[in-house]
Write a protein that binds this ligand. Structure first.
Ligand code: FBP
Length: 341
């Protein structure tokens, strides 16, 4: 028996242990963030098991209601949302919640309140739920500004004020990727232990990638810089090889691949959706925070995505995020378009 490997295997870096170590960097902290995160982790474990047995448990298909975006809700959407809202409230560490599935923000009962605000998409990639393709949960965490005067302003904060962000991908394995502002780490759920174990320490997105990821079905409605960029990916004029197109249609899965392999994911604005499709508070901001923490960039077509100042809970924004050099290319195309005007 390879005792060294065995010894290594017994020194388990769980996500709780990792966050407790991180907590050491904040002498003033009283463990509130660790408690909040353990409740988010509980929600992810529940959804992971529900997604795994969805077909058997008749959780496939529509729930018969529509959400604030006018989208028909799936059974798993509703279930996941309920689980996260209850877990976050019962943590006693949250104050305001924003969910993709709820039109209004949820203000936690004052008796149960804590100092954190959580914006989340309980189950992202709804178009892929019923065909078993990877889907995920996305979350972003803020600190309230004034606990005696809690308002929507506590969640309508720029992404630069975000404390932490993450996603949990329900795919061939269940992987939770987290950043608390000190790099990005990935944890894989070991079903036999029921624990998320550190498997992807200190994720750094490659500086330049070989993959572009976009729904080309919208190409006829794209603006010039986006069309030019995708053309360059397919027919590079500088002698480099064309990029490969990879598009799963679940942001969590497309971003997870981009973080690990590099390249660029884009959901641009187009004539049909002048603000793009993806929502700022619980899709664009968390993924932009993670991408920047991993050494990449996130751009809206006009500015650094995290510097957006949202005014509505379910506001949308165009987004280009991924490897540093790839996003630089599209920033240059938008800059030359702007200077040409
Ligand atoms: P939901 O949160 O409603 O699932 O929508 C978001 C999403 O599914 C993203 O995960 C994905 O990147 C995008 O929409 C796919 O959109 P499209 O089908 O237009 O390419």
């Amino acid at each position: 028996m390879d005792h060294a490997a065995e010894a290594q295997r017994t020194d388990l870096m769980t996500i709780t242990r990792h966050v407790l170590n991180e907590q050491g960097r904040h002498p003033e902290s009283r463990g509130d963030f660790t408690i909040l995160l353990s409740h988010i982790v509980l929600g992810c474990k529940f959804v992971a098991s529900a997604v795994n047995k969805a077909g058997l448990a008749k959780l496939i298909g529509l729930a018969g209601e529509t959400n604030v975006q006018g989208e028909e809700q799936k059974k798993l959407d509703v279930l996941s949302n309920e689980v996260f809202v209850k877990a976050l409230v019962s943590s006693g560490r949250t104050c305001v919640l924003v969910s993709e599935e709820n039109e209004e923000a949820i203000f936690v009962d004052p008796a149960l309140r804590g100092k954190y605000c959580v914006c989340f998409d309980p189950l992202d990639g709804s178009s892929n739920i019923d065909c078993g393709v990877s889907i995920g949960t996305i979350f972003g965490i803020y600190m309230i500004k004034d606990k005696d005067n809690v308002t929507l302003g506590d969640v309508l904060q720029p992404g630069t004020d975000m404390l932490a962000a993450g996603y949990c991908m329900y795919g061939s394995s269940c992987t939770l990727v987290l950043s608390t502002g000190n790099g990005v780490n990935g944890f894989t759920l070991d079903p036999s232990l029921g624990e998320f174990i550190l498997t992807h320490p200190n994720i750094k997105v490659p500086k330049k990638g070989k993959i572009y990821s976009v729904n080309e079905g919208n190409a006829k409605n794209w603006d010039a810089p986006t069309a030019k960029y995708v053309e360059k990916c397919k027919f590079p004029q500088d002698g480099s090889s064309p990029k490969s197109l990879r598009y799963i249609g679940s942001m969590v899965a497309d971003i997870h691949r981009t973080l690990l392999y590099g390249g660029i994911f884009l959901y641009p604005a187009d004539q049909k959706s002048p603000n793009g499709k993806l929502r700022v508070l619980y899709e664009v901001f968390p993924m932009s925070f993670l991408m920047e923490q991993a050494g990449g960039q996130a751009f809206t077509g006009k500015q650094r995505a995290l510097e957006l100042a949202p005014t509505k809970l379910h506001e949308r924004s165009p987004i280009f995020l991924g490897s540093y050099d790839d996003v630089e290319e599209i920033k240059a195309l938008y800059a030359s378009e702007a200077s040409a005007v």
